[in-house]
Design a protein around this ligand. Sequence first.
Ligand code: BT5
Length: 319
Amino acid sequence: MVNEQKNYKEEILRTLYRADGETISGVRLSETLNISRVAVWKHIKALKESGFDIESRPKGYVLLHPDDLLLPFCFKKKFQNRIFHFQELESTMDKAKFLVKNDAHHLSVVIAEKQTMGRGRLNRKWFSSKGGLWFTLILKPETPPQLSYIYNFAASLSLSRSLKRLFDVDVCVKWPNDLLLNGNKLVGLLSEMETRGDMVEFLNIGMGINVNNQPQKHEPNAISLKDVLQKSVSRKLILETFLDDFETIVHPPLQTSNCHKIIKQWKEMTSTIGSRVRVETITEVHEGLAVDVDETGALMIKDKAGKIQKIIYGDCFHT
Ligand code: BT5
């Protein structure tokens, strides 16, 4: 019964999506789905309550912003069985971990319209209200853990160039993986990995992209694409463009030469190299001029004494 109801809701969404902004009458929906008009009305009411932007008009129903819908059937065929979409989750990271343990495929994507307990690194809070693009990419690479860093670099490289290509915005990557726009935080990345023996069992990369939300209400140093472009844009277009690009980068078995190429291209997108930085690791604080990122992804800082420090991981602030 629950499943049947769920399918009716999906069928309604599919029909409204295909109508592409046109109004569809309750009569037509009831005929197409072979259910009563009252049943249609109840399903629509439930869909609205769960957050879908459906408007009731005198002549029927219309799905607002259909190009922004993130349900599996909206994506290219090759992605459809790898998209897991939820209206609300505590965190896509937890759901991804659950799904990965239940055989989700390599390159699956777990999306939430909003998160109630979205998190950043070291369990910091990540504000995830409606309008942003919050997802976790599930990776099951056949790689030793030492090489896992390259996937994070590939993800931030791929996303930054996708956004640049789509919207002509001047995004840059801040080491290790945040994306900045006009010096403010547009995207945060979080990765969680488990290993089995000498190999990665899964590597889940969470990406929080401020798209049509207004993050600066909570975070003065945050920015969204809408803030800059002064209009809403399609999150589906962003995700699909990113997935296409990312898959081509990581598709070939990652050999040293591919890794070097990814780091080289990533370096062309970063604003960290050449900036004065403060990097906080769990135990130390380093300050100086960021002079390079080596082929293992480590940041090289020249300190006051002119000595080069190599930093593998930490919170980086451009000062
Ligand atoms: C990050 O952590 O930047 C990683 C954020 C990853 C979020 C995604 S969303 C999908 C997936 N599911 C999750 O639960 N998480 C991932 P970090 O470098 O620690 O930065 C966290 C800091 O960013 C916070 O302490 C705030 O200062 C700031 N912040 C919080 N929400 C923000 C937002 N929406 N936009 C910009 N900055 C934000």
